[in-house]
Design a protein around this ligand. Structure first.
Ligand code: SF4
Ligand code: SF4
Ligand code: FES
Length: 458
């Protein structure tokens, strides 16, 4: 029988000669952090369980030849751990050289350039040569539903994405396949993601340490729409909606201090990029919420009403709980409200054809890209807006504050009662509540499912 660690019991050990005391059950990696000893990791992720696949974090314990992974093993009483001797550094460097031998050498054109764990480690270990040669083969990348790109020749087989999809989100759209050199990540039978139960939540993207799974970048298409207008296509308009809170996400992507970019500066930057109107995303969210609220009040059966942050939520319900499909809200999402309702009101006020208007929603999460038409309607994340701002050479922090544009909306008058909605984060939690709905054990009238668990994209 395996011993269950007692977190109330302390364990004493040394790491590189430094004494440290930690609760029983602490991983070697976390004990090392306590005495500011850095052990490099590649497959480990703080929000995923232990996999210990890459072996980069191996350490020596009590001088034994056999090495242990620091991410996959707990400390024990009296152990003397070495983390950084010559032998360990050479082993780590060799592991990295072997991974790099099988990795495309196109960092400059990779979407994760300067934001890649493998690249940072190669730099940290001073890797300048390729002693094992380069055997990487370039495979075509696949764009999935204009939301996620898979570029499997960059995969380092860390298994993070599979864990996030299978264990955290409980979707099981992707899996490992093959063994040894053939080991890889794929959807069953090599299918495209839309042929699997994938809900386009983006959790796999959030945890991938390299450029093997990433969000589909549509900033160039939006840029082109803005430039088309500048090129005297005077009947073309591009309108944006963004929430004030998006400014903090943008600051993080532009690596400036939180607070240095206010919503007023962000609005000014969007106008400089060429957006004709910039609306507060609250307007569309309010309309969408009012419509669902109304729907809840009108319904006498098929309660609770189920709504979601993205169209992936509806896909989830239809795939895994088809008997609850009638519970799905028929109201538009905030992005659709913006793309349909606000666009039409704006077009009428300017005496323009709706087809001349491109609407862009700036969204907090990649999941909200799924389901946009991507011709005249886009959803862009903070990463994509940051790229546009950099490309346009806008020094956003130096801009003066500007207000949102105002639009007259035939908005819900708010006279009806407001229904409390129960917000669920992630699909594992969603399963629990939908099981309760099935059994008639859920008293909520309105359930909103957010794709994101809230942990990966903090
Ligand atoms: S987007 Fe979500 S459901 Fe689809 S493969 Fe990635 S983690 Fe799985
Ligand atoms: S796709 Fe990314 S997260 Fe998944 S195994 Fe490959 S490198 Fe790891
Ligand atoms: S980080 Fe520990 S084995 Fe990969």
């Amino acid at each position: 029988m395996s011993h269950k660690p007692d977190p109330n019991k302390n364990v004493n050990l040394t790491i590189n000669g430094q004494p440290v005391t930690v609760p029983e059950g602490t991983r070697i990696l976390d004990a090392a952090k306590k005495v500011n000893v850095h052990i490099p990791v590649l497959c480990d992720h703080p929000d995923l369980c232990r996999r210990a696949l890459c072996r980069l974090c191996v350490v020596e314990c009590d001088g034994r030849t056999k090495l242990l992974s620091a991410c996959g093993n707990d400390v024990w009483e009296g152990v003397k751990i070495e983390t950084n001797n010559k032998r360990l550094l050479e082993i780590r460097k060799t592991i990295l050289e072997l991974i790099l031998a099988n990795h495309p050498q196109d960092c400059l054109s990779c979407i994760r350039n300067r934001n890649c764990d493998l690249q940072s480690l190669a730099e940290e270990f001073g890797i300048r040569e390729a002693p094992f040669g380069i055997t990487a083969v370039n495979l075509p990348s696949s764009i999935e539903e204009e939301t996620i790109v898979r570029d499997m020749d960059k995969c380092i087989k860390c298994g993070r994405c599979v864990e996030a999809c299978q264990e955290v989100q409980t979707i099981r759209a992707i899996n490992t396949s093959g063994r040894s050199g053939e080991f890889g990540i794929c959807a069953p039978y090599g299918q495209a993601l839309n042929e699997t139960p994938c809900v386009f939540c983006g959790s796999c993207v959030e945890v991938c340490p390299v450029g093997a799974i990433y969000e589909h970048d549509q900033s160039a298409q939006v840029f082109a729409a803005l430039q088309g207008k500048a090129a005297q296509e005077s009947d073309q308009r591009t309108i944006a909606q963004v929430s004030p809170a998006f400014a903090d996400m943008l600051a993080s992507e532009l690596t400036v201090a939180e607070g240095a970019i206010t919503s007023g500066k962000m609005i000014a930057a969007l106008r400089l990029l060429g957006f004709d109107q910039v609306y507060d995303a609250y307007i569309a969210a309010n309309i969408s919420n009012s419509e669902i609220n109304e729907e809840v009040l009108q319904r006498t059966k098929k309660l609770p009403v189920i709504s979601g942050c993205s169209q992936g939520v509806s896909r989830f319900v239809k795939t895994f709980y088809p008997d609850l499909t009638d519970h799905l809200s028929t109201a538009y999402s905030p992005q659709k409200v913006f793309a349909e309702t606000i666009k039409s009101i704006y077009a009428a006020s300017e005496d323009l054809e709706e087809s001349n208007i491109t609407s862009v929603s700036f969204v907090h999460c990649l999941a909200q890209k799924y389901g946009c038409d991507n011709k005249k309607e886009f959803a862009l994340t903070a990463k994509e807006l940051a790229r546009m701002i950099k490309l346009a050479g806008i020094d956003i922090a130096s801009l003066s504050e500007e207000p949102f544009d105002i639009i007259e909306m035939p908005i819900h008058d708010g006279k009806t009662d407001s229904v409390q909605k129960q917000v669920i984060n992630g699909f594992a939690q969603a399963r629990k509540i939908l099981e309760a709905v099935r059994k008639g054990e859920c008293n909520a009238k309105w359930i909103e499912i957010e794709s994101c668990t809230g942990s990966f994209c903090k």
